[in-house]
Design a protein around this ligand. Structure first.
Ligand SMILES: C[S@@+](CC[C@H](N)C(=O)[O-])C[C@H]1O[C@@H](n2cnc3c(N)ncnc32)[C@H](O)[C@@H]1O
Length: 270
């Protein structure tokens, strides 16, 4: 059986978009698991998944994709700087805003937000702080995020003035300064775990729920996200992602930017 056939059949019934798991990273994870179980082919692993609910429910996490880069999709970050953050900072009801980046890979996204704040917002709003929570289920991702050390290719969208001010080159790698890094509080959690930071002014959930999840899995995840964000708070998704019309009940897209939506006042049923 070909990997494509395996992944299509395996994703059926798990509410996952199989096309997004055709990447080498997912395939390697599946092959590694097959070796652990002593299985020779994808057809045997498919049988295992069908017979063993534990193996099936672990598959989405096993196949997850971890890629990111600083300021991924520059225009999204421009919209944050020009519109979203000033609007939130103007209306903030306490001394700081709360932001969560869910699915952080090696920290590129929460650190981009910290850098953007330091560079563009702090000078304009010296009395407002930003608390950034960075959450991922993968302990390795969190450990690498805390190291703050990156290949140049991850920095290719970083504006020159930010790179020269906040990164130091060492042995061919780029090390992020401690000051912006200290704005981020990391924790290891699955997005469906209870106890994620709530009362958010801003949630970045990019290339996770809105790319990989479909059907009931996506519905439950979006309701979970809606519980975390304050009415009037903002959600930023990826440029290549879209909200479904039935999700507008929780998150109403802003006409100026499709990838930013505002949490409505509708409460989520328990
Ligand atoms: C494709 S990366 C996206 C990273 C970043 N948000 C971006 O857009 O550049 C997805 C990240 O989400 C994490 N992830 C996947 N499923 C998760 C889950 N159920 N709970 C928490 N993190 C998850 C992965 O470990 C990975 O770091």
């Amino acid at each position: 059986m070909l990997y494509d056939t395996f992944v299509r059949r395996a994703c059926q019934g798990l509410d996952l978009d199989w096309r997004k798991y055709r990447r080498k990273q997912s395939r390697k994870a599946v092959e590694g698991r097959m070796r652990e179980l002593g299985l020779a082919g994808f057809d045997q692993y498919l049988d295992k998944i069908r017979d063993d609910p534990g193996e099936a429910s672990a598959l989405p996490d096993r196949m997850r994709v971890t890629v990111s880069r600083f300021f991924r999709e520059k225009d999204c970050w421009r919209e944050l700087t020009d519109q979203v953050l000033p609007e939130l900072a103007d209306k903030v009801s306490s001394s700081y805003l709360r932001a969560l980046c869910l699915g952080i890979n090696n920290g590129e996204e929460p650190y981009s937000l910290a850098l953007l704040w330091k560079q563009s917002m702090e000078p304009l709003y010296p009395d407002v702080g930003l608390r950034i929570f960075g959450v991922d289920m993968d302990a390795g991702c969190l450990a690498r995020a805390k190291e703050r050390t990156y290949h140049g290719r991850t920095l290719r969208e970083v504006p020159e003035e930010i790179q020269s001010r906040w990164f130091t080159q060492s042995k061919g790698m780029y090390v992020l300064d401690r000051e912006p890094a200290a704005m981020v509080e990391f924790s290891q959690a699955h997005l469906m775990d209870p106890g994620l930071p709530g009362q958010l002014d801003l949630l970045l959930c990019r290339y996770l729920v809105f790319t990989y999840f479909t059907g009931v899995r996506r519905k439950k995840a979006v309701e979970r996200l809606a519980r975390l964000v304050k009415p009037g708070g903002k959600l930023m998704i990826g440029r290549k992602e879209t909200l479904r019309p039935d999700e507008f009940v929780w998150f109403a897209p802003l006409s100026s930017a499709r990838f930013i939506a505002q949490r409505t006042s509708k409460s989520v049923p328990p």
